[in-house]
Design a binder for this molecule. Structure first.
Ligand SMILES: *Cc1c(COP(=O)(O)O)cnc(C)c1O
Length: 427
């Protein structure tokens, strides 16, 4: 064969530097790398405690009515076209009335923009807010797609802390100290990934008042809406939309347990119409017009997905989640080198701290998770990926018996790698 190809000086091949910056904070890449470490000859089942996707487990299967709604939409022949930029009117209208059930005011169809999952909503918002010099405030620990999408859009981000000793509440004083004249938004995640916390009415009021004082919007990531199984009920941030304008990001991925269906939304929970006045709304529509759309058949199915999924499904799912969280918390308590500062009461995750002085031959959380994947076929997300070195994020949204098994393996891994002193080996 001729080798003339080798003599061509190809001009492409340099990676967009923003993409490199974004990949540095990509949690998918991090967790994916751990899956590759798993020993394929291990006969034990892989325990996927690294990312929250309960949908493969029979006990978390989506409601039959929701699956039937998509099947019916697909065979109706009515949803084979391109949708409009904001989404099909009947779908937006169904989402508006669904969210209005939990708000003191009514949303209209025009307040909803559909996205290809909540991740796409994050992409849209980080792109729309990226004006020169602007910055946004993101939680630490957080959900790293915010950092990745901000980096890719050239939007500056600053981290405020969530406080483990205060049930992972927002460090309000820290937020005030961090903001300046160029700050445009604060992002909150409630119920919280990765901490498993749920914010109280009082705390949300404080966040809204702080946003008002600073003149910034609140972006409230509520992909885990109603995923609260402790003593605190879920309160949507939109309830405080009169105090400061709120953009609510959500979708069906987590509550309906169908992340593969890729349907999310941006809701202007802004009863005073600030987003329309400041042209943010217009910018969102413009961005949506040049980005991907959620599949029209899923949009077409949304009114039925919402109407036909009954309360029993959600109640059962929450009972399963509460039970799984309890198993997780109790098992973790029995592992000496792990501290869990706050019992999970929402979402599908818990953050725990590793006592690194306990181990011999393990230097940090990434090293810990890599060895754990190799030796025990247990995948857990290292806290470094979320801005918390030597912490771990564990999901309990897996089949309870596999969860128990995975956490037992975590425990024996810790014991096996303990420093001699810890093992109380007689000298
Ligand atoms: C899972 C998750 C998302 C992404 O939701 P999709 O609808 O699957 O794109 C967004 N935000 C947080 C905090 C999440 O945990």
């Amino acid at each position: 064969m001729d080798n003339s190809c080798d003599e061509v000086a190809w001009r492409f091949g340099a990676v967009n530097p923003s993409l490199e910056a974004a990949s540095a904070v990509s949690i998918r890449a991090l967790v994916h790398g751990l899956y590759n470490c798993v020993d394929r000859s291990d006969p034990r089942p892989l325990a996927p405690l690294g990312h929250g996707d309960p949908s493969p487990f029979a006990c978390f299967r989506a409601a039959a009515a929701a699956e039937e709604a998509v099947a019916a939409a697909a065979t109706s022949g009515k949803y084979n076209s391109y949708p409009t930029a904001a989404g099909l009117t009947e779908a937006c209208s169904a989402v508006a009335s669904y969210l209005s059930r939990y708000l003191p005011y009514e949303l209209s169809t025009g307040d909803i923009v559909l996205t290809s999952g909540c991740n796409h909503a994050i992409e849209v918002m980080m792109a729309v807010l990226a004006t020169p010099g602007a910055n946004v405030l993101l939680p630490r620990p957080g959900y790293p797609l915010y950092e990745a999408r901000a980096a890719l859009s050239g939007l500056e981000f600053r981290h405020y802390d969530l406080l483990p000793e205060k049930g992972w509440e927002v460090d309000i004083e820290g937020v005030e100290a961090l903001a300046d004249d160029n700050t445009v938004a604060i992002v909150i995640v409630n119920p919280n990934n990765p901490c498993g916390s749920v914010y109280s009415y009082e705390h949300l009021t404080k966040i809204a008042e702080t946003a008002r004082k600073l003149g910034i919007m609140v972006i409230s990531d509520e992909i885990y809406e109603h995923c609260a199984f402790g003593s605190k009920p879920f309160v949507p941030m939109g309830v405080f939309g009169e105090i400061a304008p709120v953009l609510t990001l959500g979708g069906i991925s987590k509550r309906w347990m169908v992340p593969g269906w890729r349907l999310g939304w941006i809701a202007m929970t802004d009863p005073k119409g600030v987003f329309r006045k400041t042209k943010i709304f217009e910018a969102i529509i413009i961005y949506r017009g040049i980005s991907v759309d959620p599949a029209t058949i899923v949009q077409g199915a949304i009114p039925q997905i919402i109407a036909k999924t009954d309360d029993t499904f959600f109640r059962n799912a929450m009972n399963m989640m509460r039970e799984a969280a309890e198993i997780c918390y109790q098992k973790l308590k029995g592992i000496e080198c792990i501290t869990c500062p706050h019992k999970p009461e929402g979402s599908m995750f818990v953050m725990v701290k590793l006592d690194m002085s306990y181990f011999e031959g393990i230097d940090d959380d990434i090293n810990f998770c890599t060895k754990l994947a190799k030796e025990e076929s247990v995948v857990i997300c290292p806290g470094s990926g979320l801005g918390m070195k030597n912490w771990l994020r564990i999901t309990f949204a897996v089949d309870p018996s596999l969860l128990e098994d995975g956490l037992e393996r975590l425990k024996s891994f810790c014991l096996r790698h303990a420093h001699r002193k810890q093992k109380q080996v007689p000298l």
